[in-house]
Design a protein around this ligand. Structure first.
Ligand code: SF4
Length: 448
């Protein structure tokens, strides 16, 4: 389906929205809320569907007769305009609408105001006037202008025993893929050079909504982890994936990394390696399998950087469990690793597991773990000396700059110290690596 752009920011005419509101007073209030929000963003309303840039049909699904009336209203709107968004009670069963009208732009359920507003933004972007608007099109960011976090879902369906996030934030709620992609495009249009994909469990994206389909550009796209990665990979920006849970379907993404679409970097919190500790944590317990999968990932994508986090001193962790963890680390040789000493968070199930590990034992284990990882990290970084790596510039100093390679996420990983002139924050430059230490690289700018 080709979506014609009837309005452009250049023409400076506010987009026109037509709204057909069916059903009870509760649905009417929903329509009012949508209209209030759109009006506050500068949209105007049109009494006719033909003249509008986009049409919203707020449906009623209470009785069969109401459903019939809603479907007829959608049909009338589609005859008058090729950009129709459907919301309201009938949206709770999107197939009943998309089956009859496969070309509707989006179907959202009742009370999904935000999703409707986002769909309107996509179909008929609001006018942006930098002299008047208080908020830029990509929103207000607390990160430097060249990188941004892209949150793809809220909550989590896992129930790790040490974690109270599902209690605090609820189960997984994935954002519609078109909303996420639209936000990512707005980042790139605003000059963002690196997008960091985050959530509690990035690889579970879309499972809660049964991979719901949405129209996107000229095709239909499903709300699915790999689809999201594919689409993001087409943007002119570095894409970095965080908080991946080791589900089998994750394996698909390494081809994209090897093809240069997604940064060859994966942040996969593994937490432990001993099967009994993993069982107590309620995490997947096949670390041997994880090890062979890691080897396979590295075969597919030899430049892969693996970041992970671990917990030492988990209740019930024995000396033997800890040695299993160290042995596993020696084999896995992960690139970037964080380690936490177990803390009994109020409300966490794991607090009931006994015996708890004494603080001094946690301290000793943490130091042994970090020492081992420091040696592994130093070795891995040493192997990069002599290579030329693309580096994104974060900060400019007197004699050079500090940046990050594909192996370094901001705030949590190491950096690359660069000697060179005329560098600019956010630029991606080639750096010849001349030196390394335990966590950082040092190099000089390569001029072509
Ligand atoms: S640790 Fe992560 S995966 Fe486990 S329940 Fe908490 S948020 Fe979910």
């Amino acid at each position: 389906m080709t979506i014609k752009k009837k309005n452009t920011a250049k023409e400076k005419t506010p987009p026109l929205v037509a709204i057909i509101s069916l059903g009870c007073p509760k649905a009417l209030v929903d329509s009012e809320r949508i209209m209030t929000q759109l009006r506050s963003e500068g949209y105007q309303f049109s009494p006719s569907c033909e003249d509008a840039d986009v049409v919203i049909v707020n449906t009623c699904g209470f009785l069969d007769s109401a459903k019939k009336e809603s479907l007829e209203a959608i049909g009338d709107a589609m005859n008058a305009n090729d950009r129709v968004i459907v919301t309201g009670c009938m949206g709770a069963e999107p197939e009943s609408i998309t089956k009859a009208y496969p070309k509707v732009l989006t179907v959202t359920g009742p009370h999904q105001y935000k999703a409707v507003i986002n769909a309107v933004h996509l179909a008929a972007p609001p006018l942006h006037d930098p002299n008047v608007d208080l908020v830029p099109p990509h929103g207000i960011k607390l990160t430097p202008h060249h990188y941004a976090y892209l949150k793809i879902s809220e909550g989590c369906n896992n129930r790790c025993s040490f974690c109270i996030i599902p209690k605090l934030r609820g189960s997984l709620v994935s954002r519609p893929i078109i909303q996420v992609l639209d936000e990512a495009e707005r980042f790139v249009n605003a000059g963002v050079k690196e997008i960091l994909v985050i959530s509690q469990d990035t690889s579970a994206y879309g499972t809660d909504v049964k991979y719901q389909s949405y129209p996107w550009k000229n095709r239909t796209i499903r709300t699915k982890f790999i689809n999201l990665c594919r689409e993001l990979g087409e943007l002119d920006a570095w894409i970095r994936l965080h908080y991946i849970y080791p589900y089998p379907h994750v394996d698909e993404v390494f081809e994209l990394m090897n093809d240069g679409k997604i940064l060859p970097y994966i942040d996969i919190p593994l937490q432990h390696a001993s099967p009994s500790v993993l069982k107590n944590m309620r995490r997947p317990g096949h670390q041997e399998k994880t090890l062979s999968r890691i080897q396979n990932w590295r075969k597919i994508c030899p430049d892969l950087t693996i970041r992970s986090t671990f917990i030492v001193g988990f209740p019930g962790e024995t000396d033997e469990d800890f040695e299993i963890l160290l042995d596993w680390m020696k084999e896995a040789k992960l690139d970037r690793v964080g380690c936490f000493k177990y803390e009994p968070v109020t409300g966490a199930e794991s607090n009931k597991i006994n015996p708890h590990v004494p603080e001094e034992v946690k301290e000793i284990r943490w130091h042994r773990f970090m020492q081992l990882q420091q040696t592994i990290s130093a070795e891995k970084l040493k192997a990069k000396v002599g290579k030329i790596l693309p580096v994104i510039i974060d900060e400019i100093g007197e004699t050079g700059a500090v940046g990050r390679s594909s192996a370094d996420a901001p705030e949590v990983d190491g950096v690359v110290h660069i000697i060179g002139k005329n560098l600019k924050q956010g630029n991606i430059v080639d750096v010849k690596i001349t030196k390394s230490d335990e966590y950082d690289l040092f190099g000089k700018i390569c001029r072509k």
